[in-house]
Design a binder for this molecule. Structure first.
Ligand SMILES: [Zn+2]
Ligand SMILES: [Zn+2]
Length: 352
């Protein structure tokens, strides 16, 4: 059927560094679809990458693209078959629409679906838009004590939650989180929610390490000035940590994961690297019987993310640093691109 709102204004990426405001048709509202007024969208590193280069790996912006996938909004209208939501509900939006019928989907690994339409990943348009239409099963109600801006954090938080599950994180596991970008910082929140007592955060930016401490890291290591391995050994009685969450994608950081993990420990590799190949000490990998897990996006983390934010145990305001209206998406992307040390999450508010 035709939705109540048929057109939306959106910020559209045409080619690197060129973003224009345009009016777009919203299309039809299918029985399981929901029309959402987009209230907040986080700028992701991947948005900045497409904005700068026009591609990530083999994924290219071949036609004008609406970016943005870390989003939350207000339900305006629901399709005929939607029973779980009604107009006025506030929701976090899980961005990946998987096919549901391929082998990976059937195995529950819907993050690996080859047919996924993921908001802002070309050619699928994203959420730097006043309104979007999205399937009901990917919308998660947020309580009144969680702001729309906070709810955008569920997307990066989900990656850490998935990485910790892959690494068989347990309540008393010690964790080293490498790289304090938004994924690393939200992974501290994720690790705390798993019950981690020892969380070691590493980076080279003192400011980000300070935020890591405020979010709940029990130890911080500035790897540009401190010896990583020696410090980790001191902190773990020479055992190493149970779990390593690598979010930086930096060659040296990836290589050192097998040094700092304990015998029989688990490593989750999350951060994308510029390099296709990174050498790991193979002897140590075998001798220590280390497990390395690749991590791509996440599955079934959104409700957990909502619950974590609703607990109000975490200083999420430390992560939400810059705010822009829809007309200023280009400025917002520039801010995120250039000001990497003090801007953690740049947020677009389409209705400001
Ligand atoms: Zn993202
Ligand atoms: Zn699938």
């Amino acid at each position: 059927m035709e939705p109540k709102v048929t057109k939306t204004r959106a910020a559209v990426l045409h080619k690197p560094f060129v973003v224009e405001m345009e009016e777009r048709e919203l299309g039809s509202l299918n029985p399981n679809d929901v029309l959402i007024k987009v209230m907040a969208v986080g700028v992701c590193g991947s948005d900045v990458h497409y904005y700068e280069k026009g591609k990530i790996g083999s994924k290219k912006v071949e036609k004008p693209l609406i970016q943005g996938h870390e989003c939350a909004g207000l339900v305006i209208e629901t399709g005929d078959k939607v029973t779980s939501l009604e107009p006025g509900d506030r929701v976090a939006i899980e961005p990946g629409i998987s096919c549901g019928i391929c082998t990976e989907c059937k195995e529950g690994k819907y993050n690996l679906c080859s047919h996924v339409a993921f908001l802002s990943s070309p050619p699928k348009d994203g959420a730097f838009s006043e309104y979007i239409i999205h399937p009901d099963h990917l919308l998660f109600k947020i309580p009144d004590n969680v702001t729309f801006e906070e709810a955008t954090l569920i997307e990066p938080l989900s990656v850490g939650l998935h990485g910790l599950s892959r690494a068989q994180m347990k309540a008393d596991s010690s964790v080293l989180i490498s790289g304090m970008g938004p994924i690393g910082l939200t992974a501290i929140i994720a690790a705390k929610s798993f019950g981690a007592l020892n969380i070691i955060a590493t980076d080279i930016e003192p400011l980000r390490l300070e935020i890591a401490r405020k979010l709940g890291a029990t130890h911080i290591i500035d790897v540009s000035r401190q010896n990583l391995l020696k410090t980790v050994q001191e902190l773990t009685n020479s055992h190493g940590v149970d779990v390593v969450i690598e979010t930086s994608g930096q060659e040296q950081a990836v290589k050192s994961t097998v040094d700092v993990v304990k015998k029989g420990g688990n490593i989750s590799a999350i951060g994308f690297s510029r390099l296709d190949h990174i050498g790991i000490n193979f002897y140590k990998l075998l001798q220590k019987e280390v497990s390395i897990h690749g991590v791509f996006r996440y599955t079934n983390t959104y409700q957990h993310g909502v619950d974590i934010l609703a607990s109000k145990k975490f200083k999420t305001d430390l992560l939400l640093t810059d705010f822009y209206p829809l007309e200023k998406v280009r400025e917002a992307l520039e801010r995120a691109r250039i000001n990497k040390s003090t801007s953690i999450k740049v947020i677009i508010r389409p209705h400001n």
